[in-house]
Design a protein around this ligand. Structure first.
Ligand SMILES: Cc1cc2nc3c(=O)[nH]c(=O)nc-3n(C[C@H](O)[C@H](O)[C@H](O)COP(=O)(O)O)c2cc1C
Length: 371
């Protein structure tokens, strides 16, 4: 067996995690048309409950927050009931689970919006992207800029979703402030061209995301709220002229609020770990809660960085798709199964719940080899 701090329990606020390996939020586009998780979701998450913490796939806080077909929501009673089955299954296996609160902002399409209206964003800046709709990929139009007096309504949508997460039995929530979605669009000058007090200076650009954080903290308490950022990722056609100038003060503000963890995608999402002069992981120095690292970690790098105390928690995405028993495999030093990109999004059981865990015989073999 591989001995490492990675496999030791971790107290994340009031939540005791059985190990320091976290399952990343992973959109798999298998919910119903009404944005409701299905029985197959229960099985998928149950299979992966060996993670110290599971973060759900990004989940729409409101009908307007949706940007991809077949993603789940957390704004209706039916969705809450369906998620409750998932959290019950994960808890029965001894796991912990946070829901990732999502509003896509401009990364959507009228086909995905209630009433076929334009998606909303801080400013009417068109991303050069396509949206995944029921009828395939479609060009994303320029969004409608949110009026200043609409912003409290969007915050209220986050609050309702956060309350629903409690009713659905989650252990906490992760605010999705990464990958070019709504909160990231407010933060970065590539998408935020506002001239009111929600745009321009760094202080103004942080205002809306921090209002959302404060409102969610009011519902859950800071020690059950984490946040995800991707300071140097160009995901979803979003850039900033100087990410360090925005993200250092942002993280300092988040730290003051006592959030449970800071989750950092430390490079271009799903790509290079280190494409920039600004080292995203240096943000750890500005945050007093737990630091969760993500992006192209290998088991070796995870062990090394946890052992050195450079990170508290490590988050794996694609490896959890193809290795439901990822933690067990890492403990045994067993090889990891390859993922198949063709079944990442949409469809049913194939590529979702049919990646096998190691058999008892395989486990015994790897244990003997490691001894
Ligand atoms: C199929 C797929 C879906 C993803 N969905 C989400 C998501 O819903 N929310 C999110 O914050 N990141 C999402 N990501 C990014 C992952 O959480 C993670 O940051 C990325 O895969 C890099 O980690 P890895 O190298 O361990 O896979 C997704 C990535 C993949 C491959």
């Amino acid at each position: 067996m591989v001995a490492s701090k990675l496999f030791e329990p971790y107290d994340l606020g009031p939540n005791r995690l059985s190990n320091r390996v976290v399952m990343a939020p992973l959109t798999r586009s298998r919910a119903s048309d009404e944005q409701v998780p299905k029985d197959i979701h229960v099985e998928y998450y149950r299979q992966r409950a060996g993670a110290g913490l599971i973060i759900t796939e990004a989940t729409n806080i409101s009908p307007e927050g949706r940007g991809y077909a077949f993603t789940p929501g957390i704004f209706s009673d039916e969705q809450v009931e369906a998620w409750k089955k998932v959290t019950d299954a994960v808890h029965a296996e001894g796991g912990k689970m946070f829901l990732q609160l999502w509003h896509v902002g401009r990364i959507s399409h009228p086909d995905l919006q209630p009433g076929g209206t334009l998606p909303v964003a801080p400013s009417a800046v068109k991303p050069e992207m396509k949206a995944f709709t029921k009828d395939g990929f479609k060009d994303i139009p320029a969004p409608r800029a949110l009026d200043r007096d609409e912003l409290p309504r969007v915050v209220a949508d986050y609050v309702k979703a956060a309350k629903n997460c409690k009713a659905a039995g989650f252990d906490g929530v992760e605010i999705h402030s990464a990958n070019g979605y709504l909160l990231d669009q407010f933060l970065r000058d590539g998408a935020n061209k506002r001239t009111d007090d929600y745009g321009g200076s760094v202080e103004n650009r942080m205002r809306f995301p921090l209002e959302v954080v404060d409102a969610v903290v009011d519902v859950w308490g800071a020690d059950r709220v984490g946040i995800r950022i991707s300071p140097v990722s160009p995901a979803n056609d979003l850039a900033d002229s100087d990410p360090e100038k925005v993200f250092v003060p942002y993280v300092e503000e988040l730290s003051k609020r006592g959030l449970a963890y800071l989750h950092v995608i430390e490079g271009a999402t799903r790509g290079d770990r280190d494409p920039h002069g600004f080292k995203a992981w240096s943000l750890r120095d500005h945050f007093k809660g737990a630091y969760m690292g993500n992006n192209s970690y290998t088991p070796e790098l995870a062990i090394e960085r946890v052992e050195k105390g450079e990170i508290d928690l490590v988050c794996f995405g694609r490896d959890f798709i193809s290795n439901p028993d990822l933690v067990e495999r890492m403990k045994l030093g067993a090889p990891l199964a390859e993922w198949d990109e063709k079944t990442f999004y949409g469809g049913g059981a194939e590529g979702y719940v049919d990646y096998p865990a190691l058999s008892e015989e395989e486990k015994a073999r790897y244990a003997a080899k490691a001894a």
